[in-house]
Design a protein around this ligand. Structure first.
Ligand code: ADP
Length: 682
């Protein structure tokens, strides 16, 4: 419903009726009295119907705005009773005028709640107390300086002039305050609210200037066209209330959307101190007759007591809200610090906060991070993605992305992060909070999973093919053996020998393949990995020395006992050693082979590291595939690592190529059998 339009129609209709009534003063009085009682009801209705929509300071603001028509209406009823039923002509200097004057000051005083700054629940009560103190003081000032002197006939003309001046002045002050708030809230829905209230005030100011001039000239009567100056702001207030945004569910605490409104206690104290100064001072400035003077004194004392009581209430409330806010701050700070994820808050392209995990992961100290341009943390390859992500944040979307981040030492890591904009009550993005996770390990695990799935698929295929080939191959070998048993000329015999050798080689490959896919866990015993490694190396020691390879052995103490097939594990270690030997000799005819055993997370592990050329990153994902080899034809079968992988997998362990700064490093782990080592059972 457009309340402003309704108000304008109402005001026009009122002016038309008043003009039509002409000189019939009593009729105008009755029409004016009734017509003045209706407009304040409009904002009261809207406020009551929307009361559940607002919280915190926003609720305080609307309560104060709602108190304005209420106070005014009560005052107007008092005025009407005096004027209509008691025949008191224009009862300016009565108690009810104070209510109306205080009410009219509320659109200005309500701005203390500063509602577009957010709900700020912690300081809502203090804002309410501040408003109450200011309303009290306003009432006191009106009483001491205008109403009380006005009751004394010698001063009543001067008091009326003051009253006539104060009406438009208060509207002008409210108008200025609202325009200022409108400017401050620019861009937020609150700007419209202030604008509507300001429009009503502007109209009131213009009309009331005329009304005041008529009052001073003694030409005002209830039922004048200028009465619309009282009426219009109420309709515009209802219009503003209808447009007011409901309170959002804002974050509370240190990452709140707006700074906590600073205390204006000093101002309040000064205002309270002003009460006795004005109260007793006015006795000398505008002395009045005895009963009035007495009433003035009572009002001064009463206001002082109420003012002091209110300030004390405010102090208590403020301390409580500060305590609870600081408790929440501590809780949130601890939560951020102890969270496993990396947390960072950005404000205007500067790092505002970073938790310990973030500092550790990036290698920067907190002080360094606060000075660091955030883009330094993004690795070169991910920098082009950033503008698009920024744009998303600017549009207030939560962004999820994976980027490569750079540490202080230049190393990088893959990070999955989600960033959320923090929006203030005016709808502006003030900060961006990012929660980041180092996903390097996740990526490696994913790769490993893909690889073992690929291997198992190949395994099934290989098993079928191996069986198919094995039978005809056995018959070829048998036939060649039979033929060799007969006498042949040398050339034929040589051919048959070659056929037998090659068929035998093919047979070995098939057997290896079948061994790869058919792993039986039956022959496993509790074993000591140190012992298996030691005995395997002793077999190769001589060959290694012959190939100019220095062997370094480091054995970990108290390795967990493993449940393993000794021969198979020996085969795996041997394969790793031979691969390393081949790689080093092939690359530079010499090298150092380091074999070390250790315990890692209840598992026994052995690492075989060489200083050869290493495995190129693009091949790293394929070396465990059957038939993958970089060796020349006839030298390698490409089955060694595939077989080793199958064996280790069947033991519930892992075999992987681990990153190293030189050569290649293979790590084999076997799960502990649950016995504290070393138990020599084999
Ligand atoms: P093969 O030894 O018959 O080639 P493997 O499955 O044992 O088969 O090895 C597959 C491939 O892995 C090798 O051809 C080689 O390219 C690579 N590789 C294995 N061990 C090493 C190592 N220590 N250094 C460099 N490359 C290696």
């Amino acid at each position: 419903m457009n309340w402003a339009l309704a108000g304008l129609v109402y005001a026009c209709a009122y002016v038309a009726i008043i003009l039509a009534l002409g000189e019939r003063e009593y009729a105008r009085l009755l029409v004016g009295t009734v017509a003045l009682l209706i407009p304040p009801i409009a904002p009261i209705i809207v406020m009551l119907s929307r009361r559940g929509d607002w919280r915190g300071r926003q609720a305080v603001f609307w309560a104060a705005i709602g108190a304005w028509p209420m106070l005014w209406l009560i005052g107007q009823i008092g005025w009407s009773v005096d004027e209509v039923f008691r025949a008191v002509p224009l009862p300016w200097f009565k108690w009810h005028i104070i209510l109306q004057l205080c009410g009219s000051a509320l659109p200005l005083i309500a701005l203390v709640a500063w509602p577009h700054g957010g709900t700020q629940d912690e300081t809502a009560v203090t804002a309410a107390v501040d408003i109450a103190v200011l309303v009290f003081l306003t009432g006191f000032l009106y009483w001491s300086l205008i109403i009380a002197p006005g009751m004394d006939p010698p001063h009543s003309a001067a008091a009326l002039r003051a009253l006539a001046t104060i009406g438009p002045t208060v509207r002008l002050a409210a108008l200025s305050g609202l325009l200022w708030a409108m400017w401050k809230a620019e861009g937020s829905p609150w700007a419209v609210v202030y604008q509507r209230l300001a429009l009503g005030m502007a109209l009131a100011f213009v009309v009331l200037v005329g009304l005041s001039l008529a009052t001073v000239a003694g030409q005002y009567q209830t039922g004048s066209p200028s009465d619309i100056g009282w009426m219009l702001p109420f309709w515009f207030a209802a219009w503003a209330m209808a447009a007011a945004p409901a309170s959002a569910h804002e974050a509370q605490g240190p990452i709140g959307t707006a700074p906590i409104e600073r205390s204006s206690l000093a101002v309040l104290f000064a205002a309270i101190l002003a009460v006795p100064v004005i109260g007793y001072g006015s006795r000398y400035l505008v002395p009045a007759a005895e009963p009035i003077e007495r009433m003035r004194e009572i009002a001064t004392a009463g206001t002082l007591v109420c003012g002091v009581a209110l300030v004390m209430v405010r102090l208590v409330v403020e301390r409580r809200s500060l305590e609870s806010a600081s408790q929440r701050v501590r809780l949130l700070a601890t939560a951020c610090e102890q969270a496993g994820e990396l947390i960072m808050v950005l404000r205007q392209n500067r790092i505002q906060y970073a938790n310990d995990a973030f500092c550790q992961a990036t290698g920067y100290s907190r002080e360094e991070l606060l000075e660091l341009p955030p883009m330094t943390l993004v690795a070169a390859e991910s920098k082009p993605d950033i503008p698009a992500l920024r744009e998303q944040l600017r549009k207030r979307h939560v962004v999820r992305a994976t980027t490569v981040m750079a540490r202080k030492d230049g190393s990088r890591f893959e990070a999955a992060w989600s960033a959320a904009p923090i929006v203030d009550a005016a709808g502006r993005v003030t900060d961006v909070v990012s929660v980041i996770r180092d996903v390097t390990d996740d990526a490696r695990l994913r790769q490993q999973l893909v690889r073992s799935e690929r291997l198992s698929a190949i395994g099934e295929l290989v098993s079928g093919v191996a069986h198919e080939i094995n039978n005809p191959l056995q018959s070829v070998i048998g036939t060649v053996e039979l033929l060799l048993g007969e006498s042949h000329e040398t050339r034929v015999r040589d051919d048959l020998e070659r056929a037998r050798f090659e068929a035998g080689r093919a047979g070995r490959i098939i057997r290896n393949l079948l061994a790869f896919v058919r792993r039986s866990p039956a022959e496993r015993l509790l074993s000591d990995l140190n012992e298996i490694v030691q005995s395997t190396l002793s077999v190769r020691e001589y060959e290694l020395a012959q190939s100019n390879i220095k062997l370094q052995q480091e054995y970990g103490l108290n390795l967990p006992v493993v449940l393993a097939n000794r021969d198979e594990i020996q085969q795996v270690v041997l394969n790793l050693v031979m691969n390393a030997q081949y790689a080093m000799v092939d690359a530079h005819g010499r090298g150092t082979l380091t074999v070390r055993t250790f315990t890692v997370a209840d598992q026994a592990a052995v690492e075989v590291q060489d200083d050869g050329p290493g495995v190129a990153p693009e091949l790293a994902g394929r070396i465990f595939e059957p038939f993958f080899t970089t060796k020349s034809i006839g030298t390698g079968t490409g089955l060694g690592l595939a077989l080793a992988f199958g064996i280790v997998n069947a033991h519930g362990g892992t075999l992987e190529l681990v990153p190293t700064d030189r050569g290649a490093c293979f790590r084999l782990t076997l799960p502990g059998a649950g016995f504290p080592g070393p138990v020599q059972v084999h």
